[in-house]
Design a protein around this ligand. Sequence first.
Ligand SMILES: Nc1ncnc2c1ncn2[C@@H]1O[C@H](COP(=O)(O)OP(=O)(O)OP(=O)(O)O)[C@@H](O)[C@H]1O
Length: 244
Amino acid sequence: MMKLEEAAVAVRDLRVRRGRREVLRGLTFTVPRGGVVGLLGPSGCGKTTLMRAIVGVQIVESGTVTVLGEPAGSPPLRARVGYSTQSPAVFSDLTVAENLAYFASVLGAPRSDVSRVIEEVGLTGAARQLAGTLSGGQRGRASLAVALLGRPELLVLDEPTVGLDPVLREELWTLFHRLAGDGVTLLVSSHVMDEAARCGRLLLMREGAILADDSPAALLARTGGRDLEAAFLRLIAEREAQPA
Ligand SMILES: Nc1ncnc2c1ncn2[C@@H]1O[C@H](COP(=O)(O)OP(=O)(O)OP(=O)(O)O)[C@@H](O)[C@H]1O
């Protein structure tokens, strides 16, 4: 099969235990290439753990995670996958531009990427500011800029819009859709349902399981919900009515 036709992410029977809890309970799904996939679900349902497994930093109990045709976390994926965690990961004693120049050299990304990604996340005005003096939302965007270095084919973004005002959120969603239009696959977690409607596809999670894997329109049609929040609640009620 040609590389371009391979799925962005293929997860089979994934089980993860953290501490004494089984946090992911046998997940199976495939994310095709290109587009924005929303990973939605209540706090603690396992979204971050799933993202960690996809970028290859999570010890898994069983199952397989294949990313762009390679085992998750394998060296060839280093430059092909971008990840931004919930807590911003930039050095507070370097400026925004210095942080990005440093990460660009570590990742082997071209130096010209630095100004491109700073502009993409709307931090041009703060490029010379020490990261430690940025606002929380700005620091989050600096972290997102790191994930964009080297133009990765898959972006795994853990709650990238948390704490941002509506204007910035809108700008980031415009950026996500533009990247998706260029063929990038974005897996974006959120626990706010109003972001779900902006995704081409949704993976709805609850208690370590996938409740639904569908487009927003198909989910609304299937559940008869008036919005995605109602659809999600309907799916939970249906699942709870089923025998275990
Ligand atoms: N290091 C750890 N040791 C034990 N349990 C953990 C650890 N990290 C997370 N957990 C548990 O795993 C479960 C899933 O956590 P995870 O961070 O994946 O959820 P989440 O859906 O991303 O939540 P949120 O939306 O609040 O970020 C939670 O019950 C959490 O308490």
